[in-house]
Design a protein around this ligand. Structure first.
Ligand code: PHE
Length: 346
């Protein structure tokens, strides 16, 4: 009797289970068929056990057992036909006349747009493009650029180190590519180096731990500060418009002497003062200077024969100024409502 009631319980449980089965693919339907209806499947096993049911109960139990089997079969057939046969699926997925889902074409990221413009502007006066690694060693990021081991300027570039002994790091500026270039090429060199740089800074509207720079290097006989200034004036006017003014302020970098920082007149307020230029009328966009002779010697270049200038600009800063973007974080959020505003730009 107990055996009989457990038999009925098992059938009832399976009836409920079969009722609620779902499948997401033809493969899954096949798995379910094996689970319930194959030779060793849950339903088939019940048929084996059916032999032990006392003969006076066989009719009653046999009826619900058959009901279970039919229900399972029906359910699996239904699921199977919902997916169609494999061959049918293959044919329909190849139907070239089916309408396609509408897909918005993507747009270039504003930082890529401005990087490409910078490359194009410098390309017109003979600068070619190269790139260097984002993971750097101490030599290329610091030592060869005159940052001695205890140089205070190292602290200003909050560095992400990769190894414990601080020998390998994420480059803090693209100036490392100046070194790599001078180590492997002979002057004249007239190149720019765009790329990502990393500094351990708290993220805010004006700072991020990842940002982009374009480095420039011009090395030849008789290159002077006047060449640097003229190149930067040309760049500023091409980038921001003919009315743009520049201002060079004395500054300090270990690898240039003399060094300067360049401001451009604020193209948002036209120089009269606004919150982007902090009411000064000027916005700083780059650091620059004449390559320090010691840096040239570090790279095996004769500093009595060659001179050169270098500069490094922040792409984010230039893009913010150009498109009047007030918060740097927008560049990294990838919100399509922001990105879509650059549709049509190259
Ligand atoms: N590497 C400097 C920085 O990141 C910028 C710079 C580049 C200054 C080249 C001078 C010459 O601040």
């Amino acid at each position: 009797m107990t055996q009989l009631s457990t038999m009925k319980e098992r059938i009832d449980r399976l009836l409920a289970e079969v009722d609620s089965i779902k499948a997401v693919s033809l493969d899954e339907v096949e798995q379910l068929r094996i689970k319930y209806l194959s030779k060793k499947g849950l339903v088939s096993v019940l048929f084996d056990d059916f032999k032990t049911v006392p003969s006076e109960k066989k009719r009653e139990v046999g009826q619900i057992l058959n009901e279970l089997k039919n229900k399972a079969q029906l359910k699996l057939d239904e699921l199977k036909s919902a997916f169609g046969s494999k061959e049918e699926n293959q044919v329909s997925s190849l139907d070239p006349t089916r309408p396609v889902d509408h897909m918005e074409p993507g747009t270039r990221h504003p930082l890529s747009i401005v990087r490409n413009q910078i490359i194009e502007i410098f390309g017109r006066i003979g600068f070619t493009v190269a790139q260097g690694p984002e993971i750097e060693d101490d030599w290329h990021n610091f030592s060869a650029l005159n940052f001695t081991a205890d140089h205070p300027a190292r602290d200003m570039q909050d560095t992400f180190f990769i190894t414990e002994d601080s020998g390998i790091l994420l480059r803090t500026h693209t100036s490392s590519v100046q070194i790599r270039t001078m180590e492997t090429r002979k002057p004249p060199i007239r190149m720019i180096f765009p790329g990502r740089v990393f500094r351990n800074e708290a993220i805010s509207a004006r700072a991020h731990c990842i940002f982009h720079q374009v480095e420039g290097l011009y090395l030849d006989k008789h290159v002077s500060f006047a060449d640097l200034k003229q190149t930067l004036i040309y760049f500023a006017k091409e980038m921001f418009g003919e009315q743009t003014k520049i201002r060079l302020r004395p500054s300090y970098f270990p690898f240039t002497e003399p060094s300067g920082e360049m401001d451009v007149s604020c193209n948002i307020c036209g120089g009269t003062g606004c919150n982007i230029c902090k009411y000064t009328g000027w916005v700083e966009i780059l650091g620059c200077g004449m390559v320090d002779p010691h840096v040239l010697e570090n790279c095996g270049i004769d500093s009595t024969v060659y001179t050169g200038f270098a500069f490094g600009m922040g792409i984010e800063r230039i893009t913010m100024l150009k498109y009047q973007i007030k918060d740097l974080r927008l560049f990294f959020e990838n919100d399509v409502r922001f990105l879509r505003q650059f549709t049509g730009a190259k």
